[in-house]
Design a protein around this ligand. Structure first.
Ligand code: PRP
Length: 207
């Protein structure tokens, strides 16, 4: 599995704001939006493009556009905070939704919503979720996509734990990962360490 870490000063500064426990919800959401723009920008570097004729004020020339804009799939709740920034850079994209909540005892994901096109053959997908911890949630989400025929999945995360990356690698699913950090590991509550806490709670408040 291809894993790309965005080691850029601006990305790392936004990540630091998100890690800092003193950052309030509005500032956390703003940092997540800005970091998402950078993650999408990096992920899109390898997207295929097509040429088409345009006219500048001076002459005829060739323009460039994405050949196949991806479907965006934020994983609720926390991925919702990445959706608007991703759609801002990819305005031609459609959006699907997957709702998952991690069980606090088994740490396995419980699916509570799924709104996806029935067939995804030939359509690349960008999955948006700030956190890859045990990997259970993203494996579940990516399997839903692969079951619909998707063979080109890019997962965008703010933070990834090594054990979660290994789980996605073992899954054999057709995906690559773009993240701002690979953190040290997980604690006994399966929170990423050093991490940033619970990305859903920090954006939207505790449930
Ligand atoms: C968090 C996070 C991921 C998942 C990561 O969501 O946004 O979806 O946990 O954990 P995993 O890799 O161990 O599966 P959570 O279940 O807390 O739901 P929320 O987004 O509604 O807060």
């Amino acid at each position: 599995m291809d894993v790309h870490v965005i080691d850029h000063p601006l990305a790392q500064a936004r990540l630091t704001a998100m890690r800092d426990a003193r950052t309030d919800s509005p500032s956390f959401r703003a940092a997540l939006r800005e970091l998402t723009t950078m993650l999408v920008y990096e992920a899109a570097r390898s997207f295929p493009v097509e040429k088409y004729p345009i006219q500048t004020p001076v002459t005829a020339t060739e323009g460039t556009r994405l050949a196949n804009p991806p479907l965006l799939v934020p994983v609720l709740r926390a991925g919702l905070g990445m959706a608007d920034a991703a759609l801002g850079l990819l305005p031609e994209s459609s959006m699907g939704f997957v709702g998952l909540a991690r069980d606090e005892e088994t740490f396995e994901p419980r699916a509570y919503m799924e709104s996806l096109p029935r067939v995804l053959t030939g359509l690349p997908v960008l999955v948006l979720d700030p956190m890859l911890a045990t990997g259970g949630s993203l494996e579940h989400c990516c399997r839903l996509l692969a079951d619909r025929g998707c063979t080109d999945i890019t997962v965008l995360c703010v933070l990834a734990a090594p054990v979660g990356i290994e789980r996605l690698e073992r899954s054999g699913l057709p995906l690559r990962l773009v993240t701002a950090s690979i953190d040290e590991g997980l604690n006994d509550r399966m929170f990423i360490v050093p991490g940033l806490g619970d990305a859903g709670d920090r954006q939207f408040g505790g449930m």
